[in-house]
Design a protein around this ligand. Structure first.
Ligand code: HAM
Length: 422
């Protein structure tokens, strides 16, 4: 016997029972994007590997350990996108979008791939809703981006969300901070994990993000970047916080929030949800004022975020939020013989054209078996068609719950069913 295959580790089959959550999230996020004036951008799922190496950063876990990279048949190195931002910037530059009115506001959604250690809420293929606003340094745009995330979660009915924000400075002020941080860590080498010992030289900002218990006390007393921001970064952060305060949006300034991608400057933020386990970041983002230039464009500020759809589904379920059901069949056509089936195939297509969800019985099953199927599927109406009905051009319409029946002329069936299911 042939062996049964399994889905690859870290991937997920989304079965029909879960689709209502996905549909609800997809419609809500699309609506939020429209409300804020973001236009949809669809991108390839794979790009040249060099784009991510340069864009996301050589020293990041994503580039070092997590990319799905392969040589195509022409010998070019390609990578399944581990995030959207680098691809959005590539498309922005390649398609001359810099000449559009700024900021250029774009949203995308789709699968993203990272070879991570799978656990609850952490997959190797997951789905992001991604929003970017390119071409504007105004902190009001940072606020708009954060508001869009907020709006999405409000609209989904999430409660108990924790908004974490920080500023990680710019190429002017960050080097000074990193020097301070490195000096601090060099004096504490015995108290930190092996990974952090290499991070000191390779990616010092990520020292603040170490999950190792032994490093926690060292992180607690580490110098804070907030004390080292230059005047421009300090002003930017203060203005953003002013906007957040004026709208009474609760948030926490977290001086340890540094994010795992190298392109960030100034504002970074994450939203954490309760009740979904350790992988609780439902979205993350920030400003990346240097990335467009790094990828060959003119100096251009930008800000954005991405939200993981799987974690939003987990949050809806954990918070027991009910979502609109996906429309299910309202009418079942029972066919008692071949003549009836021939009539049913044309009748059912008229009924569907009238906008009524309808299914029919296939094969030569008995009246009882077909009605049982309709009942099991919770279909409220059954149209019973046999040779008598075809002869008289009238069908019995059975109301499954009450058991009552109506005789309806076949020509009036679409209108009758529309009225009864409307
Ligand atoms: P990120 O924080 O790496 O940021 O990912 C954004 C979101 O994707 C996370 O908050 C989480 O909801 C979801 N996510 C990340 N990894 C996984 C995983 N392994 N399994 C399930 N969900 C996951 C970025 O990707 C940036 N490109 C965001 C951005 C856009 N910054 C500026 N613009």
């Amino acid at each position: 016997m042939a062996r049964l295959y399994q889905n690859p580790k870290g991937t997920k089959d989304v079965l029909p029972e879960e689709q209502q959550y996905w549909k609800h999230i997809e419609t809500t996020m699309q609506r939020v994007a429209e409300l804020y004036g973001y236009e949809k951008l669809t991108l390839p799922i794979f790009e040249e590997t060099a784009l991510f190496r340069r864009g996301v950063g050589e020293g990041t876990d994503i580039v070092e350990k997590e990319m799905y990279t392969f040589s195509d048949k022409g010998g070019s190195s390609m990578t399944l996108r581990p995030e959207f931002t680098a691809g959005v910037v590539r498309a922005y530059l390649q398609n001359g979008m810099a000449s559009r009115t700024r900021p250029v506001k774009l949203w995308s959604a789709g699968p993203v791939f990272r070879y991570e250690r799978p656990q609850a809420g952490r997959y190797r293929q997951f789905t992001q809703f991604n929003v970017e606003a390119i071409g504007e340094l105004d902190p009001a745009l940072d606020f708009e981006i954060m508001s869009a995330a907020w709006h999405l979660y409000d609209a989904l009915g999430f409660r108990k969300l924790n908004f974490q924000i920080n500023s990680i400075g710019c190429p002017l002020c960050r080097p000074g901070y990193l020097r301070k941080l490195k000096d601090y860590y060099r004096g504490r080498l015995s108290g930190i994990c092996d990974d952090c010992r290499t991070r000191i030289e390779k990616n010092p900002l990520r020292l603040l993000d170490c999950k190792n218990a032994s490093c926690r006390p060292v992180i607690e007393t580490a110098p804070s970047i907030g004390d080292c921001l230059c005047a421009e970064c300090g002003d930017h952060f203060r203005t953003l916080r002013g906007y957040l305060d004026s709208l009474s949006r609760p948030y926490t300034v977290n001086p340890r929030l540094v994010r795992g991608l190298d392109y960030y400057t100034k504002t970074v933020f994450e939203v954490w949800a309760e009740g979904i386990g350790a992988q609780n970041a439902v979205c993350g983002g920030g400003r990346y004022d240097g990335l467009i230039e790094l990828l060959g464009g003119p100096p251009t500020p930008a800000v954005g975020f991405a939200a993981g759809i799987e974690r939003m589904v987990l949050t809806l379920q954990a918070h027991e939020i009910s979502v609109p059901p996906i429309p299910s069949p309202k009418v079942y056509f029972v066919c008692l013989d071949d003549t009836a089936r021939a009539e049913a195939v044309s009748l059912i297509s008229r009924v569907r054209l009238a906008g009524v969800e309808a299914v029919m019985g296939f094969g030569g099953r008995s009246l009882k078996a077909q009605l049982r199927e309709a009942d099991r599927k919770g279909i409220p109406l059954a149209v019973i068609l046999g040779s008598d009905e075809i002869r008289s051009q009238k069908a019995q319409v059975k109301h499954m719950q009450s058991g009552t029946q109506d005789m309806v002329p076949l020509s009036e069936l679409p209108a009758f069913l529309t009225a009864r299911t409307g």
